[in-house]
Design a binder for this molecule. Structure first.
Ligand code: ADP
Length: 572
């Protein structure tokens, strides 16, 4: 039975029983009042009248007052006839009184009057007795009914009192303690209410919930542990060093490779602030140095690993998550990954060495070739025909190009191996400028490009390598001329401030598309569709300028022209 039905029926039955008790009581009281007391009061009146008549009979009836009193009581009795036979007796009494009035004052009449009065009294007395007995019977019956319904009410009330609070409070108490157990992650807790009511349903629902939670926790934990192990194994088996930091930059994981290259021990670093470890570890210091700026170093890090000098490219990734129910991404840490690029670097070094050797070896024969060509040009070996002169000029041009390329390759290989020989001294920028202008004069004429030069009257001296700076300026001027249309102008501005001398080379050429802007200073990079070249001129320019403590950059409007600038420090 449902709790709701139980409550309704318990309280309802109690209510009905109280109603029944009241009805039984009221009914019996009403019966008693109507049947017994109502009837008996008329009989009592008759007795009173008769007693008064007897009193008058015992006194002197000749006294008119006494007789009047007798008559009055007789009249009252005549109007109070209730029992069968009472009317005849009363009539007989009236006839006797009339006989007295008519002069019969005999003792016989008096006796007859008395007997008749007694007979009326007996009649009423017997009724009173009968009614009295009836009232007793009714009262007894009422007592029994009231007792029965009262006992029933008491039993029901007592049963409810015993059962109802417990049947509601006990399951609630048990449920409360079970919920507390569940909150304390004791998911094995179950409720056993062996009943078919709402609490039974509640227990079933609770047990299902606990079972699911238990299953969820076990499956979840196991899954998470497996996933964790999988990821740990994956990270540990990576040949690249990996370090994970949380949002407070505490080290949360570090793989074997990272431990090996850093010489750290896992137990010493896990959970510790990276900054603290970096105080005693050079590699970690290098790794977290620019963590907060989040810039990835272009140049590979040189680290001793695998018993040799190794090269690593550092990459820093931000780890962000979107917490459940939230819209914004939250940073929860960083992962530092060192990509081992040693094999590529070794190949690169081999290539650089090869290029350096080849270009060096080529330089001497090309130079002697050019010398021979010069002698032939001066017709030392005999007179040349027009065709031979033409062929000689083209051979000379090709040899010059070859010499330029080998020179550039040599320069680049020197820059790559860090072997640039720079000799810094006080140089006059105007001299560098005029030297370079002279060098490109011929090619400018050939391309029909006008050269314009602007420089201050008193140029400050700069601290630079005259040869290298001239090389850079010539290279930039060459490019500007090559990429300019015929009739255009190439301008060179020389300016300076307190710290730097600045060369600005502007052209009205085709410009550089923004897609290629970030790559043109890279080695061997050529914008597709450009003039044939090596793609190394600008890379060497950057190496040379940076090696002298300067900076080089460019601005370009595609289709309008480009402006290349470089600065070099003032001589102090
Ligand atoms: P290259 O010897 O092939 O010209 P550089 O390193 O000097 O190599 O130049 C790299 C690329 O930059 C070229 O392919 C060219 O497209 C572009 N470039 C250099 N200077 C200019 C310029 N003044 N105007 C337009 N493009 C230029």
């Amino acid at each position: 039975m449902k709790i709701k039905a139980k409550l309704y029926s318990g309280v309802g039955i109690l209510f009905l029983l109280v109603l029944l008790l009241a009805a039984v009581g009221m009914y019996n009281l009403y019966q008693l009042k109507n049947n017994a007391i109502g009837t008996v009061s008329d009989n009592y009146n008759s007795l009173r009248y008769c007693r008064n008549i007897l009193g008058a009979l015992d006194e002197n009836l000749n006294d008119s007052l006494v007789f009047a009193d007798l008559q009055m009581n007789y009249e009252k009795q005549r109007n109070n006839i209730t029992e069968s036979g009472e009317a005849e007796l009363t009539q007989k009494l009236g006839q006797g009184i009339n006989r007295w009035k008519n002069g019969d004052h005999s003792a016989l009449l008096m006796d007859e009057l008395r007997q008749t009065t007694y007979a009326i009294m007996d009649l009423n007395m017997s009724v009173i007795h009968r009614e009295e007995n009836l009232a007793i019977v009714m009262a007894n019956r009422a007592t029994i009914w009231i007792a029965i319904s009262g006992t029933l009410s008491l039993i029901v009330a007592f049963t409810l009192l015993l059962n109802l609070p417990g049947s509601v409070a006990n399951p609630v108490r048990e449920l409360t303690s079970s919920i507390r157990d569940i909150a304390a992650r004791n998911y094995s807790r179950r409720l056993h209410f062996d009943r078919q009511d709402e609490f039974g349903d509640l227990a079933n629902a609770f047990n299902v919930m606990a079972e699911k939670l238990q299953e969820y926790e076990h499956s979840n934990l196991a899954e998470i542990l497996t996933e964790k192990k999988r990821i740990e194994t994956l990270i540990n088996n990576m040949h690249d060093p990996v370090i994970g930091l949380d949002e407070q930059n505490h080290i949360v994981f570090i793989n074997h490779e990272a431990l090996m290259v850093s010489g750290l021990k896992e137990s010493e670093v896990l959970g510790k602030p990276a900054q603290d470890i970096a105080l005693q570890n050079d590699l970690l210091r290098l790794l977290i140095a620019d963590l907060f700026e989040n810039k990835n170093n272009e140049k590979p890090l040189r680290i001793y690993a695998d018993n040799k000098e190794s090269y690593f490219n550092k990459e820093v990734f931000e780890i962000t998550i979107k917490p459940t129910g939230e819209n914004d991404q939250k940073l929860i840490g960083h992962v530092i990954l060192l990509k081992n690029v040693t094999p590529f670097k070794e190949l690169d070094i081999a290539k650089t060495n090869f290029i350096a050797t080849v270009s060096h070896e080529l330089k001497t024969p090309i130079s002697s070739l050019m010398l021979s060509l010069k002698l032939m040009e001066k017709e030392r070996g005999g007179t040349l025909s027009a065709d031979q002169k033409f062929l000689l000029a083209s051979m000379k041009e090709d040899s010059e190009r070859l010499l330029k390329i080998t020179g550039e390759l040599l320069n680049l290989s020197q820059a790559e191996t860090g072997n640039i020989r720079i000799s810094m001294s006080a140089c006059d920028p105007s001299e560098v400028l005029s030297r370079s202008m002279d060098a490109v004069q011929q090619i400018a004429q050939k391309h029909q490009v006008k050269l314009e030069c602007f420089f201050p009257n008193e140029a400050k001296m700069m601290n630079a390598d005259m040869e290298k700076t001239s090389w850079v300026l010539i290279n930039l001027l060459n490019n500007a001329i090559r990429y300019s249309p015929a009739g255009a102008a190439v301008t060179v501005h020389l300016t300076h401030d307190e710290n730097y001398v600045k060369f600005t080379i502007g052209d009205q050429g085709k410009g550089i598309h923004p897609d290629h802007a970030s790559k043109i200073f890279k080695r061997y990079y050529q914008v597709p569709g450009s003039e044939p070249g090596t793609g190394i001129g600008l890379a060497i320019c950057r190496e040379f300028i940076e090696a002298q403590g300067g900076e080089i950059w460019f601005d370009s409007e595609y289709g309008i022209g480009s402006t290349f600038c470089f600065t070099l420090p003032i001589f102090r």
